[in-house]
Ligand binder design. Structure first.
Ligand code: GDP
Ligand code: MG
Length: 441
């Protein structure tokens, strides 16, 4: 869907005058894309009308400025929708902060509880976990396992069936032990909704949490609003955590959760492991929602890491988007030298995680060098081509023989090229903001 939005904004950039028709077309295109990213229909409507208000069509200045105005308006409007206007409760170190997690079964509460605790523990806090889920078989074992791995104290019971009693005992106990972050994990069954919410109400009553966090799965889609609202009506939800952002979902439902709970998103879950957890960044999230990757973060890095005199060349290459094998070769060289451009290239999504996974730099370097020897056996025509059909079997055979590598290895290198070319193509034609103009995209 990202392609669609970028496409819509590009149509706009081709039009010299932005009249009502162009604006409407553009907004419709963006709306369709947001709908497929699970943003609620009503919210899209609000965004549309707000943008129509912001963009002053009577102002007949140069088309270029109008395009920028609309881009900025779309981006800002989505950022605004994620900002409920008041920050979440911030735990105070050294005080017994009680944090209660709520959300439907499977949303990721138990996993996220530990991630949250671990995140604070790393910063010198004393967290503790209380398992107030007596509904799901194995709930206590799951929490116990996670907590043990992270060396976090926990409380729960195999025999007690009353979650309220366990929660009360656990919180009291950890208060006595001077824990400063007491986290209460709860159940989130699918059925018996009324009794689930009654249970949440009682749990909140006895534990008196400083913060209730609503945990939602990024893929729940349009159901997000009703779910979040139902929890908000029984307990005072004050923050949202969106999980499974490592999956395919763009997480547009998060906008609904913010609107239903009037609470900000504070963290994102990005995997099953303890450290796959990130502080929420509005701009990065909106960039992702619009399918732009962490574009603004990446641009910040370019401005930081690349000397001014080398920026235009790199930016031009990014915009042209014609990623040839020769560019790949040059970028490999940069990465191996880890000069400023190398540093930046390794920050481009796709360049880093797959090609150079953390902790395996030596192996990755050997792989990159191997790829480069194969490319040394390529002709100029092959290196500079943008035609994927050029690499015939006989050429591949020649390259393999010339570099003393197997056909499989040449294919592997070409696969890598295809993957990177795909990443690169997303940047084609993007207007790259200048320093200080980052909020535009
Ligand atoms: P709960 O029922 O709300 O307590 O949910 P769990 O914590 O038991 O999580 C349900 C499933 O989702 C488990 O298999 C977790 O490993 C998985 N999970 C939780 N958070 C994430 C995440 O951020 N990414 C991925 N890929 N899986 C997650
Ligand atoms: Mg659980």
């Amino acid at each position: 869907m990202g392609g669609r939005i970028i496409g819509a904004l590009q149509n706009l950039s081709n039009a010299t005058i932005i009249d009502e028709k162009v604006l409407t077309e553009c907004l419709n295109e963006i709306s369709r894309a947001l709908m497929s990213a699970d943003v609620q229909f009503k919210m899209i409507g609000t965004m549309q009308s707000n943008i129509k208000k912001t963009v002053n069509l009577d102002d007949r200045a140069a088309g270029h400025n109008k395009r920028k105005i609309i881009q900025q308006a779309v981006f800002n409007e989505l950022c605004n929708m994620l900002d409920p206007g008041k920050p979440a409760f911030v735990p105070k170190k050294g005080k017994p902060n009680v944090i209660m997690f709520v959300g439907l079964q499977g949303s990721g509460k138990t996993t996220t509880c530990t991630k949250y605790a671990f995140n604070y523990q790393k910063k010198g806090w004393k967290p503790a976990l209380v398992c107030a889920d007596t509904f799901r078989a194995g709930a206590f074992d799951q929490l116990k396992q996670n907590a043990t791995k992270a060396k976090i104290p926990f409380y729960g019971s195999y025999t007690e069936t009353d979650p309220v009693k366990i929660a009360q005992e656990g919180v009291e106990r950890f208060k006595k032990e001077n824990c400063d972050l007491i986290i209460v994990d709860t159940s989130g069954r699918h059925k018996q909704e009324a009794s689930l919410f009654e249970e949440m109400r009682q749990l909140a009553e006895v534990t008196n949490p400083d913060l209730v966090i609503f945990v939602m799965d990024s893929s729940i889609g349009q159901a997000a609003f009703d779910q979040a609202q139902a929890f908000k009506q029984s307990v005072a939800v004050g923050a949202v955590i969106v999980t499974k952002m490592d999956g395919h979902a763009k997480g547009g439902g998060a906008l609904s959760a913010v609107s239903a709970t009037k609470s900000p998103i504070i963290f994102l879950g990005t995997g099953e492991h303890m450290d796959e957890f990130e502080a929420f960044e509005t701009k990065a999230f909106v960039s992702r929602l619009l399918g732009m990757g962490d574009w603004s973060g990446f641009m910040d890095k370019i401005h930081e890491a690349v000397p001014m005199d080398q920026q235009p060349e790199l930016l031009q290459k990014l915009q042209e988007g014609n990623f040839t094998l020769r560019i790949m070769y040059e970028q490999f060289q940069n990465i191996l030298n880890m000069g400023p451009l190398g540093q930046v290239m390794s920050m481009i999504p796709g360049f880093n995680q797959e090609l150079m996974p953390k902790g395996r730099e030596k192996e990755s370097q050997a792989k990159v060098k191997k790829f480069m020897t194969m490319m040394d056996s390529m002709t100029d025509e092959e290196l500079d081509s943008t035609n994927p059909k050029l690499m015939t079997d006989s050429r591949i055979y020649r390259i393999a023989r010339g570099s003393g590598r197997s056909l499989r290895e040449v294919h592997e290198m070409l696969e890598e090229y295809k993957r990177l070319a795909k990443v690169w193509s997303k940047m084609k034609g993007l207007k790259i903001p200048k320093k200080g103009d980052m909020s535009a995209m």
